[in-house]
Ligand binder design. Structure first.
Ligand SMILES: [Mg+2]
Length: 108
């Protein structure tokens, strides 16, 4: 599935099952909530926290939840994520093409 196909699929799902998009501010809160859920799993899996009884390592599910809400926000604000990701690659390459290669902290 391409990013463009994902944007279309989420839009079709929202129109078929979701009635309408939540407001942009509600979805911003939902995105923050999902990032927090991902952070919780990361803290337990890679950090010093441990999973509570009944909790599971669902890192992929939480990443997909983050992506879902981000796609909703892109759709309802008219953002083409394919175009923006291409621009982001260009920006990062222009800005950081030598920065990380020359970062001694990243070596060894
Ligand atoms: Mg979640």
């Amino acid at each position: 599935m391409t990013i463009d196909e994902a944007q279309k699929a989420v839009d079709e799902w929202i129109k078929k099952y979701g009635v309408r998009y939540f407001s942009e501010l509600t979805n911003m809160a939902c995105l923050t909530e999902e990032v927090g859920e991902l952070a919780r799993v990361m803290a337990r899996k890679y950090g010093d926290q441990s999973f509570k009884a009944g909790e599971k390592d669902n890192i992929g599910e939480e990443m997909a939840d983050v992506l879902w809400v981000l796609i909703c926000l892109a759709n309802q604000t008219g953002v083409n994520l394919t175009d923006e990701l291409k621009k982001s690659f260009e920006k990062k390459t222009r800005r950081d093409s030598q920065r990380h290669i020359n970062n001694e902290k990243l070596k060894a």
